[in-house]
Design a protein around this ligand. Structure first.
Ligand code: TA6
Length: 338
């Protein structure tokens, strides 16, 4: 753009002013943390990272419902029919299954943490973090009277949701046994993550090859994964046992790979309800939605976590979305396990 002298002067100033305001807006807004009213007036936290990446967490369920990349693209599936009204869990995003995964215990399926109102944690104990992020929020859940009737244990469930400088989304959970009667307790757990995919029949999951799994569609019988990657052509509902800490979901159409890194969570659940179950059994999910979602859930199921009073467990999930070419080589299970 050629700037002429006299009028050129004025134009330069305008350009500079524009640049300054864009920059100040950008620096002002990022990284940032904002409390806002979400669907049905439920409180949510909006995290923003500098390059227009963002994440949203509802206090209802401590539930991450959105994670967007620098192009503003949504990376998590959230059902258009999701119900944002207690006690119905929100369909999509990252529901938290605690103190019980599925019906592995005495309380309601997937536990009660996902349909309780969490609080902002004003003074969380320090959390050594290995990722640089200033956009984060700390939440806390403690049992209410009704919860204690169902699951008679006192606990503090703290969770930090952080949006990293490379756009990675990290959820770090810390569960502490605060029973004053000396009683230990055990629980199972899952980050029930719904990934948004372009076309489920074009997706493959790497990192679970050769592992044993419990197949919910076959009475939770134990089988061994034979394939060199998991691909999808029908309903799947499996708990993969003692998996590597890194799993990849390759979405060829989108030339995107989700990398799931996990700590303190030995297992991984892979779920897609496919057409029949979506239509017949899952009213808060669109009939065709199964084509655009896949749950890969970092979990602790086979060996429940047991905590004595004052003991604390930490379970960390880090999600990143990278251009596909990066991944497939890197995530050869043999290499990953080295
Ligand atoms: O994680 C897989 C699974 O346990 C499936 O069996 C299916 O029930 C899914 O969770 C959804 O559960 P929800 O209670 O949210 O409908």
């Amino acid at each position: 753009m050629k700037i002429r002298s006299e009028s050129g002067g004025v134009e330069t100033r305008i350009v500079v002013l524009l640049l300054v305001s864009v920059l100040s807006m950008a620096t002002e807004r990022c990284p940032s943390f904002e409390i806002a009213k979400g669907i049905n007036g439920l409180d949510k936290i909006v995290l923003r990272e500098c390059r227009s990446r963002s994440a949203e967490v509802y206090l209802y369920g401590g539930h991450v419902t959105s994670w967007k990349n620098e192009n503003g693209e949504e990376l998590l599936y959230l059902s258009s029919k999701a119900i944002f009204k207690p006690p119905k869990p929100i369909r999509g995003g990252i529901p938290l299954c605690f103190p019980q995964f599925s019906n592995y215990g005495p309380v309601e399926s997937h536990g009660f943490a996902r349909n309780r109102i969490w609080e902002l944690d004003a003074n969380p104990p320090p959390l050594p973090s290995n990722s640089s992020s200033d956009a984060f929020v700390d939440l806390i859940l403690r049992p209410k009277e009704d919860d204690l009737k169902m699951w008679p244990n006192n606990f503090e469930f703290r969770m930090r949701v952080a949006l990293g400088s490379e756009g990675e989304l990290t959820l770090t959970s810390r569960v502490r046994n605060t029973n004053s009667d000396g009683k230990p307790f055990s629980f199972t757990f899952a980050y029930h993550t719904y990934f948004s995919v372009s076309d489920i029949s074009e997706v493959r999951v790497e990192g679970l090859e050769t592992l044993d799994y419990l197949d919910k569609l076959r009475n939770r019988e134990r089988f061994t994964e034979q394939g060199d990657a998991i691909t999808f052509e029908s309903e799947i509902d499996r708990i993969y046992l003692s998996t590597p800490t890194k799993i990849a979901i390759l979405d060829h159409d989108k030339k995107r790979t989700f990398v799931v890194r996990k700590e303190g969570l030995a297992d991984a659940v892979v779920w897609n309800p496919w057409d029949k179950k979506s239509k017949k059994k899952i009213s808060d999910m669109g009939d065709e939605d199964y084509k655009h979602m896949l749950c890969v859930e970092a979990a602790a199921i086979e060996r429940p976590i047991t905590l004595k009073p004052r003991e604390e467990w930490k379970g960390r999930l880090e999600l990143s979305a990278v251009p596909s070419s990066y991944s497939s080589g890197q995530l050869d299970p043999k290499k990953v396990l080295q």
